[in-house]
Design a binder for this molecule. Structure first.
Ligand code: WTA
Length: 636
């Protein structure tokens, strides 16, 4: 099925992707000029690989671009239409959002927060979450949002790393009818972190919480503040936020984004990929705890004065048709969601979307994982009624914004189900082999980005060396995202999933190393190995192999206890679907766990040639390891 779309061609001043390819730096300068700068930059890009500094000398403020610029033109335009799981509704105009943000910014100042200080935000999907990011940005504080599904231990590690002075949280968040007491989780997380000076607590669910001396109540403190607060004039390279994400080793990494370059990338791509118009009602189902929410709920849409829907809760609760009801109720025109959500709704059947009026939709986006062609087709046919383009956007926390995506407002290209099509204007990519040589069309290789782009991370918080090793050491002067890809004969890119030990479970990014060390932190566990296997809805599911300490008896209760231990240590999103007790983990002679062997075994794929399974092990070694593993699995 090839689908060709030509929509909204008036929205862009560039007409083809090749407009950008001659001189990409000049091209990005043209895009940056569309933002509001207090002072213009003198150098578009200072590139001392692998560190890029965009629009150097320029002075800018993210909150000013997202609020004041819009308020000057259309103060009464609706910014956020919020709905809670129980049907409660709230609406905020751009003017109202600006005054709330200013009050909060003044409140943060009163708590001693200064330019460059870090503020951790641990809130459910409520408008105050958006306000928190913009209030930090307004005064030049660096926000670091933690997804509200993470555990106390995960919060502790992140707060410890960022050394946040203030934490913003709420009494609770709602999910599937239950109230999760976020404040209690924060209390547990920071019990021994003395550098946290204040916790600002929003009253949202009104459940009982303990208020101590270091806590401030949002409504008491913020209400008394002035509703004007000048936006700080900040260097273009001033850090806007840290967002922690999982990698192949150890603890999550603090991805650090700057201001001017990041905003330019997000402003441009939001306009291009969604062909955004003043009349649109936009709904992105991501949580602001992830990068999609930062770029395409907070900064991108607000900088364009977009009206958007914000929903707190599960998309299939209280009814499995919740998402379709929201679209129909608010006449949503653009939906941006994940393949996991689509696979879940597809399983519920066509009746639910068919019995809701989805005729307002004109554009359908997807992000976070590869979208299977059959899911793409279902989205196109059943949700979009064959009249909406599917915008499959490939990107990462580190890239700041979309790097590969169809651009319907820009040009007419046939879409191919399952391909994110081509790089966005101003971005150059390649698919290469182990040695850095471009692979022939239709062959699998590693995706790399060959030029710096404005949304790219500045570095990893406090760890330039790690930044260099993780992304820039595999290939010289090329950014390595860690994904397999194919470029077909027409130049379309097909993303094939991670090439490293990072999992994508229901679109959430998790590191196997992080999970394994969480297992080992339990007193019953000697060693653990984790891998992902394909899952019908979640894309990937976690399977874990655990070696118990001498004398510990494997029982069903212990299995449950260990799964709970993972939930407590990382968060419920990291709970393994399967846990197998084994006597020994299969390892190479040099001591590396044969993860691919475990994976192949879990997928029942151990027929035929196994010599390719582990580069470092002989076939005999693999066979022995496998035999031992299978014997112990049968016994336990
Ligand atoms: C995967 C999410 C295929 C990929 C914005 C990437 C995708 C990782 C797509 C980043 C897509 C994201 N098609 N795979 N459209 N979008 N990915 O940092 O493996 O949570 O490296 O950012 O998600 O995940 P992250």
């Amino acid at each position: 099925m090839d689908s060709t779309f030509e929509i909204g061609l008036g929205n862009n001043d560039i007409k083809t992707r090749s407009d950008a390819s001659q001189d990409s730096i000049k091209f990005w300068e043209g895009q940056a000029a569309k933002l509001y700068w207090f002072e213009k930059w003198h150098t578009a890009l200072e590139w001392s690989p692998p560190f890029a500094r965009w629009f150097v000398g320029g002075k800018i403020n993210a909150s000013y671009n997202a609020l004041d610029v819009i308020v000057k033109k259309s103060p009464n335009k609706k910014a956020i239409i919020w709905e809670g799981e129980d049907g409660t509704k709230r609406e905020l105009t751009y003017q109202e959002l600006l005054s709330e943000v200013s009050k909060l910014a003044n409140a943060l100042k009163s708590l001693g927060v200064k330019k460059g200080d870090r503020v951790t935000v641990y809130l459910p999907m409520v408008p105050e979450l958006i306000m928190s990011l913009l209030a930090c940005a307004r005064i030049g504080a660096i926000h670091t949002v933690i997804f509200s599904g993470f555990s106390a231990k995960s919060i502790r590690d992140r707060v410890e790393d960022s050394k946040s002075k203030v934490i913003i949280t709420s009494d609770g968040g709602t999910r599937r009818g239950n109230v999760i007491s976020l404040k209690d989780i924060v209390d547990e997380a920071i019990s021994d972190l003395d550098f946290v000076e204040h916790v600002l607590v929003l009253e949202h669910t009104k459940n009982n919480i303990i208020i101590t001396k270091r806590d401030k109540k949002w409504h008491e403190l913020v209400a008394s503040m002035s509703s004007t607060c000048d936006a700080e004039s900040l260097d273009s390279t001033h850090p806007l936020y840290i967002l922690y994400t999982s990698g192949t080793t150890g603890k999550p990494k603090g991805v650090l984004h700057g201001t001017g370059g990041y905003l330019t990338h997000v402003f441009s791509t939001f306009k291009w990929i969604f062909d955004i118009q003043d009349s649109d009602i936009y709904f992105c189902t991501a949580d602001i705890g992830w990068v999609t929410g930062h770029s395409y709920i907070v900064y991108g849409p607000l900088m364009h004065g977009t009206t958007q829907i914000m929903y707190e809760g599960a998309l299939d609760y209280p009814t499995p048709a919740k998402l379709w009801e929201i679209i129909s109720r608010y006449k949503v025109t653009i939906l941006y969601t994940t393949p996991t959500a689509l696979r879940m709704f597809m399983k519920f059947g066509d009746e639910l979307p068919n019995s809701n009026d989805l005729s307002s939709l004109r554009l359908l986006g997807t992000v976070g994982e590869p979208i299977n062609p059959q899911v793409w087709k279902w989205y196109f046919k059943i949700i979009g009624k064959e009249k909406c383009p599917i915008i499959d956007t490939w990107w990462q926390t580190e890239t700041g914004g979309a790097l590969i995506s169809p651009v319907p407002g820009l040009e007419t290209i046939p879409l191919k189900p399952g391909s994110a099509t081509r790089p966005v204007p101003g971005v150059t990519l390649s698919v290469i082999d182990e040695h850095g040589k471009e692979v022939p069309p239709d062959s699998k290789g590693f995706l790399v980005v060959t030029n710096p782009w404005p949304g790219m991370l500045l570095t990893l918080w406090g760890d330039d060396e790690k930044y260099k090793t993780v992304y820039w050491s595999k290939y010289k002067n090329m950014y390595y995202p860690g994904d397999y890809a194919i470029k077909d004969k027409d130049g379309y890119i097909w993303m094939l999933g991670r090439a490293d030990d990072v999992l994508k479970v229901a679109g959430h990014r998790l590191g196997t190393a992080e999970l394994e060390s969480a297992f080992v932190s339990n007193k019953a566990v000697a060693e653990a190995a984790v891998c992902g296997i394909p899952h019908e809805v979640k894309g990937e599911s976690i399977i874990s192999f655990v070696v118990l300490k001498e004398g510990v008896v494997p029982t069903i209760q212990l299995k449950e206890e260990l799964i709970n231990h993972i939930k407590k240590t990382i968060g419920p999103i990291a709970a393994p679907d399967q846990l197998c007790f084994v006597k020994k983990l299969p390892k190479t002679r040099s001591g590396k766990i044969m993860r691919r062997l475990l994976k192949a075994m879990a997928k029942n794929e151990l027929i035929g040639d196994i010599s390719t399974l582990e580069d470092e092990a002989s076939v005999d070694e693999i066979k022995t390891a496998l035999d031992e593993l299978q014997q112990t699995l049968d016994k336990l």
